[in-house]
Write a protein that binds this ligand. Structure first.
Ligand code: SF4
Length: 113
């Protein structure tokens, strides 16, 4: 069983469980990231909760554990992500749009709580 520290707990408690990171994203040739309306298969879209949260890294290899370093580096996290806001990280090329999953490359997802 994995041990957690107070720092881990404090960090994870920042997540507002909005589920914004749990939708597929695509990036166009200009580097603009678009959020699609396609959720991770493990996201309960009604509650915005991950249904496999405790085992998400074992079950879903695409799920990423968000660390401070990653939140500062990842260009596909939504501006409204609580981690991003807490660290004061801003990005202007994110667009919330529904687009078909044809163009661009798929970005990874993270399952919030
Ligand atoms: S990690 Fe950020 S975007 Fe994802 S659910 Fe938590 S607050 Fe929302």
């Amino acid at each position: 069983m994995k041990e957690t520290t107070d720092h881990d707990d404090a960090w994870e408690s920042l997540c507002e469980q909005c589920g914004l990171c749990c939708f597929e994203k695509i990036e166009d040739d200009s580097g603009t990231v678009f959020f699609t309306a396609t959720p991770c298969r493990y996201l309960d879209v009604a509650t915005r909760r991950c249904v496999i949260y405790d085992r998400r890294f074992d079950i879903n290899p695409e799920c990423i554990k968000l660390t401070e370093e990653l939140v500062r580096e990842l260009h596909w996290l939504h501006d409204d992500c609580a981690y991003r806001k807490a660290l004061g990280v801003k990005r202007s090329r994110i667009k919330m749009e529904t687009r078909p999953k044809r163009k661009g490359k798929k970005e990874s997802s993270h399952n919030g709580k």
